[in-house]
Design a protein around this ligand. Sequence first.
Ligand code: SF4
Length: 372
Amino acid sequence: MRKEIEQIRHFYIHVPFCLSKCGYCSFYSKEPEAGEIDNYCRTLIKEIAYYRTNKKLALESIYFGGGTPSLLSKTQIESILNELTFDSACEVTIEANPGDVNPALADVWLQAGINRISIGLQSMQPEELRILGRRHGVEENYAAVNTLRESGFTNISFDLIYGLPQQSLADVKYSLEEYMKLSPEHLSTYCLSLADDCRLAYLKKQLPDDETESEMYYMIRQVLQQNGWQQYELSSFSRNNRHSVHNSAYWQSREYVGCGPSASGYISGIRYQNSANLNLWREQVLSGRFMPNNEEIDETLREKEYIILALRTTQGFKSADFKKEFKIDFREKYSEKLVKFQNLKLLELADGYIRLTPEGYFISNEVLSEFV
Ligand code: SF4
């Protein structure tokens, strides 16, 4: 086991409640019953207190993911954030459903220290939002963003889902262009995939083929670049370097605390996984079982994860940094794969960095899987 590392700089909080289930969703979430969110908050505070007391935290990012964190009330948000010490330089993100945003809630978020909103717009086409089973319409998308801007938020990320059944390139482009008019700082893109257990699984065969999805992906990239955006990860784009500090920590293999049902964490070389069930998670916390279902990330696994995560970033990683980290010469150890993918023009070695080429982005899984 690696020795206790210095300080943990990133904190994830999972809020497992949704008022309805989107048709494509396979995440753990549930409709809150009366008093259930309050009860969850009480347990969460106990879990946070454990990590605050037993680990050295120096937070650079806090992330409320879900589920639907925008369902939390003023008192609930405040009681959670009161448990953590952070200053205004810390990136504090909350994922929000456009239908939940209103001036009073936006003000609560600002006062509580939240300075970044990740808003699940998903699309600017009413019919697409309907198919996806989102509980907001296009008008709520525009209104939510305007409310956030008027309230003073200067760091807003939008989600865009593409690759819907029967969706055309022009449909995706329309949503993207409407997004551009609202000038977000960040954009996360997702190609729709339908797992067998989601409500829309029966539409699986109607999803666009790989070629169409790839065209959509490269079109999005091109439109964003033409508008002065920077791609910094396979699915993530930003303006003026407003990269996500929190997500970047994952791609840099940084350690982080994860709290809440189904959250995972990575501390002192150990990865753990909380139960993806509200009641089991509560029992786990109340009986003092922290960092459950854990696995030691040994050097072999750590090396593989480092490569796979770092290659998701457009910068890639420095072979000198890799050597410093693992005492291994990447170019020697992986020379065969390197040559193979360089010849296929999917990987490149430039300025001491190893990275995917843009041609490799959409088929990154094929390249990355060879390093597993
Ligand atoms: S809001 Fe997110 S977590 Fe909730 S049902 Fe929709 S996709 Fe799933």
